[in-house]
Write a protein that binds this ligand. Structure first.
Ligand code: ATP
Ligand code: MN
Length: 482
């Protein structure tokens, strides 16, 4: 029987009264043939297991190597050593799995994040990834808790979709047609009518359109699932497979939408601060160490925990796109020609522009609203009373320090005629989205929603600079190992 073990996290909280316990885990280090530092993943803190000299066979002691797995039965006693209050005095030690520590890639020393990415199957066994992935779990749990408390329905939208109208990104095709000799139509193009679904299908880039169908019945829904974009951009913020949370609310306008997004982000951060204090503290220290190698001027004013506290305590800044462009045009940075890309009303802001606004100008999260219609998707609600040439839509992006865009959302166009006009102008075939348009035909309502990139949120909370280090097995261009 294996499930009567005590987890190390719980054990380290116990009053040492000679209780008998069984612990299991992996050896981090073994010193002086006496002291095993044992880790079971429940916390970064290792349990010190003490092996009385002479009590155990040499043959057994030789098998206690870094990363070997052990089952230890013993008693909980107060520790005489520094660094821990309690330890386990071993009565019986069983090797569950040997490990050749010479060949084990994780040596007890500091490894670079780049190296650890190459051994992503083992990197969970490091303190950094232990903390990151326990926090990721905690955030995922908090997502469901938040929406459940608010009475939202969790809707599972499809992974395989036939609609490619959304235009959120390049798509991955899903097909069972033979690559070498696909059936062709008379004009030579591939005949997807012969394909598995009888039409061309893709992996979803967003669950939003289906989410809207749910919202216009349940009132409020959210999705939380994987999304796929064949983004050929190798950045520290883009993955080809990432997780997104997309709430969609009926009877909701842009302002309500922004309020919910702000409350949601603050709730997630607060949850982690309450439940993962130890892991946050570890990551705070990690970042401080990392910053030591930077020049003073580039170090951040706040440490990780101060930064998170600040975001929880302060309202996000809210500005319109037009105001954002004005700020950029007035900035010393622009006047000194320090932006690589030009600034003018109508541009799709580059990440350097977004970062200037959040990191240099406001120094806090910023919600930018009312973007030019020309750079946004067809379903966003057209703003009334715009000057000619300055048409905007009820869109919002939330920009976060160090991350850039973390949320993208909008109030949706609920007026059938306006929606159809926009689709025609953007060459989106109406027949393909007949089901979407039906929501506007049968009891349309003002509604809104947004998408929060889950990995970007994990990056923000953990302070990890590269998105590849907050998802277990990252999928990026030319890389799908593990
Ligand atoms: P970006 O401009 O950063 O590429 P986007 O405008 O394409 O983002 P949306 O389509 O609005 O993003 O998607 C909603 C959210 O999903 C974004 O705010 C971001 O947090 C996240 N996101 C988008 N693309 C990716 C990606 N390739 N990898 C990880 N997260 C992403
Ligand atoms: Mn994108």
């Amino acid at each position: 029987m294996f499930n009567n073990r005590t987890k190390i996290k719980a054990l380290l909280q116990m009053q040492p009264e000679g209780q008998s316990v069984t612990v299991m885990g992996w050896v981090r280090t073994f010193r002086n043939n006496q002291f095993v530092a044992l880790n079971d993943g429940s916390t970064n803190a290792n349990l010190q297991v003490v092996l009385e000299l002479g009590k155990f066979d040499d043959a057994l002691l030789r098998r206690i190597t870094t990363s070997a797995s052990l089952k230890v039965t013993g008693t909980v006693v107060a520790s005489l050593g520094k660094g821990q209050a309690v330890e386990v005095k071993a009565e019986h030690v069983e090797i569950l799995g040997d490990s050749d520590s010479e060949k084990y890639p994780l040596q007890p020393k500091k490894h670079s994040l780049e190296f650890l990415r190459e051994i992503a199957h083992l990197r969970f066994r490091t303190n950094t990834f232990g903390s990151v992935f326990r926090i990721r779990h905690s955030l995922a749990f908090a997502v469901h808790k938040f929406y459940n408390e608010k009475g939202f329905v969790y809707l599972h939208t499809p992974i395989i979709t036939a609609s490619d109208a959304e235009g959120a990104g390049e798509m991955f095709r899903v097909s069972t047609l033979p690559f070498d000799n696909p059936p062709r139509k008379e004009d030579g193009t591939i005949d997807f009518a012969e394909d598995f679904f009888g039409r061309a299908t893709n992996l979803t880039v967003s669950g939003q359109l289906e989410g809207e169908l749910g919202a216009t019945a349940f009132g409020e829904i959210y999705t939380f699932g994987p999304t796929f974009r064949a983004e050929n951009s190798n950045t520290a913020r883009h993955l080809a497979e990432f997780w997104m949370i997309e709430p969609e609310m009926a009877f909701c306008d842009l302002e309500d939408n922004a309020n919910l997004a702000e409350e949601f982000i603050q709730y997630l951060i607060r949850h982690v601060m309450e439940h993962n204090a130890e892991d946050l503290e570890f990551l705070r220290q990690r970042l401080l160490d990392e910053e030591k190698s930077k020049p003073q001027a580039e170090r951040s004013e706040m440490d990780l925990i101060q930064k998170l506290q600040f975001v929880v305590d302060n309202k996000f800044e809210r500005i319109t796109y037009t105001e954002a462009i004005d700020i950029l045009l007035q900035s010393p940075h622009y006047k000194k020609k320090k932006f690589q890309y030009d600034v003018a009303w109508g541009i799709d802001m580059q990440s350097e522009h977004e970062r200037y606004l959040v990191e240099k100008h406001f120094k806090k999260p910023v919600i930018v609203t009312n973007y030019p219609a020309a750079i946004k998707a067809f379903y966003m609600r057209q703003d009334d009373g715009c000057a000619p040439g300055r048409e905007t839509v009820a869109a919002m992006d939330i920009l976060a320090p160090g991350i850039g865009e973390i949320v993208g959302g909008s109030q949706r166009e609920e007026r059938l005629d306006k929606l159809e006009q926009r689709m025609t102008a953007m060459n989106i075939p109406h027949e393909e989205l007949w089901w979407y348009l039906d929501t506007r035909r049968f009891g349309t309502v003002p509604h809104a929603g947004f998408g929060l990139g889950f990995e970007r949120m994990v990056q923000f909370v953990t302070g990890m600079g590269n998105i590849r280090d907050v998802i277990a097995f990252p999928r990026t261009p030319k890389s799908a190992e593990f």
